[in-house]
Ligand binder design. Structure first.
Ligand code: ATP
Length: 884
């Protein structure tokens, strides 16, 4: 609709045929949805399947292989060239499938974190996916959320919106409801809200005027990018590593080529093919892709455990987390508040009634006919308690209409509202944290509109009440009032919240999450420190921390005030001992994260409010709450908890560790195989032996023996000790812990075995011989080459079995715990035997059927690498048991 900011609210409502109080009806919504479509910005269509597949083929390695196939063809060996091209295509297919899987995983993750909106429909307020909004809908706007559609404001309470995304203006804009001139430029349309901007503070209500591509954001948005995949630090490091390795392999291949020709091992054409195939087989070009798959699979497993990762890099970082700073309310506790104590400052029905009324008036939760009120858990609980005491919130609010609100803020820890009483008088209701209200109270309310001065002895008595309630783990809110005589409204929150008359306390219980204790114990064994951060009172926090086993003798508790008194260096020193930060506001959170990071910790920090965004960004893993979290906090974080549960963070850390372990496993696997191939070819050339492996053999090993099991390793479940060891160090190399040594050792042994078997199988007297591809008769060399081919393939298959666990023996693991690996073993071994024994395939792969006893020898010796790895695990376990 045109310039709704220049029309009155009533006019806009009439034009959009909606009711400001009750919203649209369900049938009307259906009709409008048909007319206007969903409320979303169109996305660029995802990359087509063809493009993705072709992308796999545009690669210099593939170019080399195609050149090699061409050389083969020129040599008249069309079998080889067809085979090479087939392998190229198969390789591209596997790469394509891996990439598609990763993209689908990322897209699935994106879907999990869709925004919602609070909408009035048929007189009821409910929370719906934002895409279901239509023009005419009446929406509630709360701090921290993204504005879901363009709208004309009906009501505002201190509403401030960050519109930088739309206007580039970095200062938040104060909103109001008065009409403006039609020509008002976009940044000055203060009576409007715009889709995609963020509510920084306060709250409001608006009529939706435009949705989807018709919003201001939709007008300027060129099509949004589809799913994007940002490379993780590990991927970047490994991509760089792969490149270096590629250069090395190309250099070695060059040496093989030159030495091979000089020594007369083969014709130059054949040597060229060998060199190219060696390069292709030995360069771990698939590594970054396999890592993406492993990370994506990990993130899907995390999603199943209710931790939604917004960036794949987070999966990696999670494995090295050693401090988890967690909000108390809702994460360690259930956020199921219920009022346990209503304590007027002095017994008496009068004061009690006024206390309850104030808790309903100074309250933004909305009653719902049947069920939980909509709003914050604290306020909803108060509404329920008042209802239980026979107070009808809707009626009370009608009798005492609200004129002004000074909203609640985690920094202020209090809120107040101004009302007009049925007699026409003005009254202020305030509620908030004990100190925040008690510190501003100068009187005690007597409940009949009169007040008496607050004496030091009263204060002492109130503080005593406060102490005993908080020690029982209660969240305590103080409620106060002020009777105004003057006709003028208070101008500021400070003005309203001064010289209050104290009414009493409302104590709330929020039970600890049943799984919190076990999760904290798991953190302890896993070398992770759980730290509680709360806006609540120190004693409330301590009581709950003790209850869930987070606080132990010797641990320290620090308050926001104390943090303020310390400089960064002092805070850093305290960070190692403090497990509870109480009465903190979001500004403290940033300092807390930094202090822990300065101690060398990798920190996960939870947050749910708008003001938590800086701390969430600063943390190594910012964790937002999926249920109660503000959209802004979700945007700023790298992980979202679908269930707001602390235990879920711990589960995600475990998954992160598993993913990292599995990545290490397949790096070992791939690099050992590649190094072994290089060693076999290079040594044979240097020793003046014939070629032990043909190009097609190398390519086959690259495709089947390397590809299948490596991918299956990504599905390896957690090892039993995953959460019993300390986290990995932040900058630890992926090769840490003797990985590189292991790779070289096993590769050398496997290569030595292959060479020995080749030597053994060679007809006596044969040293240097040119490979005769054209020979119609099986060349005498074919049998020894087949032996090496089979031995090397099986050596890899057995090696992967040993790599399943880095600590437990292969024989103590059930094969079905990773059935994919078992299948890839059987499939790989079956295909390998088919190549050797099915005549047509054998001739394509220049293989000779091995006599049964030769096959037995090949398989027997191919287990050498397996036994070496198993022996290494055994030695480690024995030395661990006997100690250093
Ligand atoms: P946690 O930090 O443990 O997750 P929280 O985020 O709910 O808890 P805050 O919202 O900062 O903590 O609340 C801090 C204090 O402010 C509470 O202890 C309570 O005394 C007071 N408080 C909370 N909600 C309200 C409210 N709606 N109105 C007034 N005071 C409130």
């Amino acid at each position: 609709m045109d310039s709704p900011w220049s029309e009155t609210v009533e006019h806009v409502a009439r034009r959009l045929q909606t009711n400001i109080e009750t919203g649209l009806s369900a049938s009307e919504v259906q009709q409008r949805l048909k007319q206007c479509g969903w409320n979303w910005l169109r996305e660029a269509p995802p990359r087509s399947v063809w493009k993705m597949f072709l992308g796999q083929l545009i690669d210099w390695m593939i170019g080399l292989l195609v050149a090699a196939a061409a050389v083969s063809l020129l040599l008249g060996d069309w079998h080889d060239s067809v085979l090479i091209l087939a392998i190229v295509l198969a390789n591209a297919l596997i790469g394509f499938l891996q990439e598609r899987r990763a993209e689908q995983a990322v897209a699935a993750l994106k879907k999990l974190a869709q925004p919602t909106a609070r909408v009035w429909r048929d007189g009821k307020l409910s929370e719906l996916p934002a895409k279901q909004l239509v023009p005419g809908d009446i929406i509630e706007l709360i701090a921290g959320a993204l504005v879901p559609a363009d709208g004309r404001l009906i009501m505002v309470a201190d509403l401030q919106i960050d519109e930088a995304l739309l206007t580039g203006e970095s200062m938040s804009v104060d909103k109001q409801i008065e009409l403006l001139a039609a020509a008002t430029p976009l940044p000055d349309r203060t009576s409007m809200v715009f889709a995609g901007t963020t509510m920084m503070r306060g709250h409001g209500k608006a009529i939706v005027t435009a949705t989807g591509m018709r919003t201001e954001m939709g007008k300027i948005a060129t099509l949004l990018e589809g799913t994007t995949m940002v490379q993780t630090p590990l991927q970047l490091r490994l991509a760089a590593f792969s490149k270096q390795l590629a250069i090395l392999v190309v250099a070695i291949s060059g040496i093989v080529f030159v030495v091979g020709i000089l020594r007369g091992n083969a014709t130059w054409e054949s040597m060229f093919l060998v060199a190219v195939s060696l390069a292709v087989a030995a360069i771990p070009e698939g590594l970054p892709a396999v890592i993406t798959v492993a990370l994506a699979l990990g993130s899907l497993r995390m999603a199943q455990r209710k931790a939604i990762v917004r960036q794949l890099a987070a999966v990696e970082t999670l494995g090295s987390i050693n401090v988890i700073c967690s909000d108390k309310t809702g994460t360690l506790t259930q956020n199921r508040m219920s009022v346990s104590d209503i304590i007027p400052h002095r017994e008496g029905d009068f004061i009690r009634a006024e206390l309850l009324r104030a808790s309903v008036l100074c309250n933004n939760a909305q009653p719902v006919a049947a069920g939980q009120p909509i709003g914050s858990a604290t306020e909803s609980a108060m509404l329920i308690a008042a209802t239980a005491a026979d107070l009808d919130p809707t009626e009370v609010r009608q009798q005492w209409p609200r004129e002004v609100e000074f909203p609640f803020h985690s920094d202020r820890k209090r809120m107040s509202t101004v009302h007009r009483s049925p007699e026409g008088k003005r009254i202020i209701c305030a509620k908030g944290a004990a100190e925040a209200i008690l510190g501003r109270s100068t009187h005690l309310a007597e409940g009949d509109g009169t007040v008496v001065e607050l004496q030091p002895s009263d204060k002492l008595r109130l503080e005593q009440q406060l102490k005993s309630l908080t020690a029982r783990g209660r969240r305590l809110l103080a409620v106060a009032t002020k009777y105004l005589n003057e006709e003028t409204l208070p101008q500021s929150a400070d003005d309203a919240e001064s010289k209050l008359a104290f009414l009493g306390w409302i104590g709330l219980v929020d039970p600890a999450r049943p799984e919190a204790r076990a999760a904290i114990e798991r953190c302890r064994t896993a070398g992770i420190r759980a730290v509680m951060i709360t806006g609540d009172h120190r004693r409330t926090a301590l009581a709950i921390a003790e209850d869930i086993g987070l606080w132990q003798l010797g641990d320290e508790v620090m308050s926001g005030e104390e943090i303020d008194r310390l400089d960064d260096a002092e805070l850093e020193r305290c960070a190692t001992r403090t497990v509870i930060y109480a009465r903190v506001s979001p500004v403290h959170k940033l300092r807390i994260v930094r202090a822990h990071q300065a101690c060398g910790s990798v920190v996960a920090m939870t947050g749910d409010g708008v003001n938590d965004a800086p701390a969430l960004k600063q943390a190594d893993i910012g964790v937002a709450m999926g249920i109660t979290g503000a959209d802004v906090s979700k945007e700023a974080s790298r992980m979202i908890l679908a269930d707001d549960n602390f235990a879920t963070i711990v589960a995600a850390v475990e998954e992160g560790r598993v993913v990292y372990d599995n990545i290490r496993k397949f790096i070992v696997y791939l690099l050992t195989g590649n190094l072994c191939e290089i060693l076999v070819i290079l040594s044979a050339i240097l020793l003046g032996l014939p070629l032990p492996l043909l190009p097609v053999h190398l390519l086959w090993i690259n495709l089947v023996t390397d590809g299948l099991p490596a991918l299956a390793l990504a599905f390896e479940p957690a090892e039993p000790g995953t959460m019993q060891r300390p986290p990995r160090w932040r900058n630890e190399s992926i090769f840490a812990g003797g990985l590189a040594r292991g790779i070289v050792l096993v590769a050398t042994i496997m290569a030595a075995v292959c060479l020995a078997i080749f030597w053994w199988a060679l007809p006596s007297g044969m040293t240097s011989q040119i490979v005769d591809h054209e020979a119609k008769q099986p060349a005498p060399i074919a049998l020894p080459q087949t032996m090496v081919f089979v031995t090397l393939s099986f050596a890899q298959f057995f090696h992967v079995l040993a790599l399943r666990s880095s600590s437990r023996s292969f024989f103590s693991q059930a094969p079905w715990t990773n059935w994919r690996l078992a299948v890839s073993f059987v499939l790989g071994a079956g295909l390998q035997l088919a190549i050797v024994y099915v005549p047509r395939l054998a001739s394509w792969f220049h293989c000779e059927p091995l006599p049964a006893e030769w096959l037995a020898v090949a398989i027997a010796v191919s287990t050498a690498g397996f036994w070496v790895v198993e022996a290494g695990k055994w030695v480690n376990s024995v030395s661990l048991k006997t100690g250093p």
